[in-house]
Design a protein around this ligand. Sequence first.
Ligand SMILES: Cc1ncc(C[n+]2csc(CCOP(=O)(O)OP(=O)(O)O)c2C)c(N)n1
Ligand SMILES: [Mg+2]
Length: 354
Amino acid sequence: MEMATETAGPVHVPADRAPQQLTTGDRVALLRFMLLMRSIEARALTLYRQGKVPGSFYDGYGQEAVSVGAAFAMAAEDRLCILHRDLGAHLVRGVEPERILGQYMGRAGGVTGGREGNVHFGDASRGCVGMVSMLPDMMVVATGMAMAFKLRGERRAAITWFGDGSTSRGDFHEALNWAAVQRLPVIFVLENNQYAYSTPTDRQFAVNPVHRAESYGMVGESVDGNDVEAMFDAVRRARERAVEGGGPTLLEAVTMRMHGHAAHDDMRYVPPELLEAWAERDPIDLQAARVAALGVDVDALRAEVEAEVEAAAEAALAMPMPDPATATDGVFADEAVPLGDGDAPWSGWAEAGR
Ligand SMILES: Cc1ncc(C[n+]2csc(CCOP(=O)(O)OP(=O)(O)O)c2C)c(N)n1
Ligand SMILES: [Mg+2]
């Protein structure tokens, strides 16, 4: 199988779409994307503390494997509904580090052109859907996209990430139920990072939500969310099932939120022993050990990533603020977008067998 990218470049597509074995190049790419995510977020946190990032700042420190491994298994034609701790997914799709840092600072060159100075962004040209802040509305959006793929008879899948806190909301149940009833090609990645702000999971649910998958009529699986290759493999299998008509999958990525909910949160409510235990299983360390055992110079890779992020930060800092005259650009579509091939929006319904 051909190897993936060494840098955050164009959308990554595994060449045969079902690799049983990852190549050395793939393994290095997975590590590289995780390093890139951690480094960009560390740089952005400094910019936040310097007053250059408005609002607050959210990161996915310790959870890099969940977004990188999952996004790596998706094809170019798929669609990704990405959440606030999943920067790695944007990177795998080729969104440039300088545009991400520009985004956090509300600059004209940021992904939303300065319309938003936070994590609610998505580059549609890379298949990334702009994040809806209300949680977990992205589950419903991904389900709707999967429904469109089915109606049009397209061999594509949608994926979305969401947290443990989301499982207590109605949208979670509505999305799972409809996706299962319609056997839609959608993958739900439950990012179980043990906390929803200050609420631990034992105050959130009495049964692990992955067990609910069966009652809705879909496959449910728990995955080691700190193992990027395990994440890749689980999502690869789920995607295959989705595009083959086997319906949706609920994956629980078991991980830990190693930082506060956001930069303003000192997370004094998290027992230090818990953090220490999880620090032993850092996803980057795990993958770095694997890659080093293959003879790859990990220190050189780290230095390369650091240099790339520093250059991206300089470029982002040089970006101007947006021109207020452009504020309404992109707010309204110029023309209606037809939903089906024919005149009626539901024209694909019959072919889809419903
Ligand atoms: C409906 C809704 N309520 C509250 C919020 C504010 N909020 C944003 S993130 C968050 C915590 C979510 O916890 P979880 O789902 O476990 O995701 P995590 O932040 O741990 O990744 C909250 C309460 C929101 N965005 N939407
Ligand atoms: Mg959580």
